[in-house]
Design a protein around this ligand. Structure first.
Ligand SMILES: Cc1cc2nc3c(=O)[nH]c(=O)nc-3n(C[C@H](O)[C@H](O)[C@H](O)COP(=O)(O)OP(=O)(O)OC[C@H]3O[C@@H](n4cnc5c(N)ncnc54)[C@H](O)[C@@H]3O)c2cc1C
Length: 336
């Protein structure tokens, strides 16, 4: 049996202020623990994978390819996002396909739940910019999306408001720290978790006032789930490739595919201004599933792969339940 580490008076140090560490810090600080969050980068967080993410909160769409545990954690996390950040947009998401991807579209519809099928008029009513572009669409009304580069600072602000301390430019190891240590270093934790690997996701940011979208639009694609996500200030994120490499460059082929996909969603994207090319490495274990590892007072939270924004709040709840009540979730937790 695992020994509980219940020491509510003990300080809690969290390493890594990406989406995993930010949610851990927030829930622990709110529960009254003396939290310090250490981040080796500066406030811009450009070294974090979280900086490059799409920020889709899409447990239903992800169920097409992900294990049921991702849906379970994702559905729980949606409630926590709604509770903690009530202004999070929950406008749903759309899935569309061109005629040649018709079979994939129908398969997607069969493999997923909680969607409505819209005809062309229904799609135009929801997203006027897409009028006449597609014959039909799948609408997942319960899904949400956040803008990572805005929501991370917001979470950091909430941590401070809950009494937590954040130290940027603080490169630490668990041995440097007293009390309970929660290691959320993403790929930086490979010194202790060598089975972690990075899965490259490339993205492009474009700007145009010619198209307005209120929700992410996924386009069926034979290789990757490609999507267009609206951001503030007429920006759109085009994402994302999924490539087994830790090279962080953006290839011409990926750029062509991402830009081409956007152009087929709406030709006005062809006139958009390219603002940024970038890529992040998704931290993944060999089974692509998240893991909370427990070794006495040291806890690791890692392997969030392509679902960090979707599942981080639920992982933080599980860690807190373990520390406070010794509660074990057998699907996610491992004794190291
Ligand atoms: C292109 C792309 C699109 C994506 N889209 C989505 C999406 O739509 N929805 C979704 O849910 N997920 C998405 N993801 C996945 C998501 O981004 C990751 O799952 C998530 O960012 C992982 O978060 P993390 O906190 O574990 O790691 P990170 O964000 O990498 O954070 C780890 C932090 O630890 C810090 N650190 C490392 N070592 C130390 C040290 N010694 N001391 C102090 N700090 C340290 C690092 O600087 C870093 O800031 C996407 C990913 C990519 C690349």
């Amino acid at each position: 049996m695992l020994q509980t580490t219940k020491r509510p008076d003990s300080p809690v140090s969290i390493i890594g202020a990406g989406i995993a560490g930010a949610w851990q810090a927030l829930l622990f600080a709110q529960a009254g623990h003396a939290v310090t969050l250490h981040e080796r980068g500066d406030e811009a967080m450009t070294d974090a994978t979280s900086h490059w993410a799409g920020g889709m909160l899409a447990p239903y769409c992800e169920a097409e390819v992900a294990e049921p545990i991702i849906s379970r954690l994702g559905l729980r996390s949606l409630e926590v996002w709604r509770r903690e950040l009530p202004d999070t947009p929950f406008n749903g998401s759309l899935v569309v396909a061109h005629p040649r991807e018709r079979n994939d579209f129908e398969r997607f519809a069969r493999m997923t739940e909680d969607h409505r099928r819209l005809d062309a008029a229904g799609l135009a009513a929801l997203e006027p910019s897409l009028e006449g572009r597609f014959r039909d669409a799948l609408f997942f009304p319960a899904e949400g999306h956040v803008e990572p580069r805005r929501v991370l600072p917001k979470l950091h602000e909430r941590i401070r408001a809950a009494g937590g301390t954040i130290k940027f430019c603080s490169d630490v190891t668990a041995n440097d720290l007293d009390g309970i240590v929660i290691d959320c270093r993403g790929l930086g934790a490979r010194d202790e978790q060598p089975e972690l690997r990075g899965v490259k996701g490339e993205m492009i940011l474009i700007e145009t006032a010619e198209v307005q979208l209120a929700r992410p639009v996924r386009l069926m694609h034979p290789r990757w789930p490609l999507y267009v996500i609206p951001r503030e200030d007429n920006l759109f994120m085009l994402g994302a490739t999924s490539i087994e490499t830790e090279d962080t460059g953006v290839s011409v082929r990926s750029a062509l595919e991402l830009l081409g996909a956007a152009y087929t969603v709406h030709p006005a994207f062809g006139e958009a201004r390219i603002v940024e090319f970038g890529s992040g490495l998704r931290p993944a274990f060999p089974d692509n599933l998240p893991r909370i590892g427990i070794r006495g007072r040291r806890i690791t939270v890692n392997g969030l792969y392509r679902h960090g924004f979707l599942i981080a709040p639920a992982l933080a709840e599980l860690t807190l339940a373990y520390v406070e009540r010794g509660q074990i979730d057998n699907e996610v937790m491992r004794c190291l």
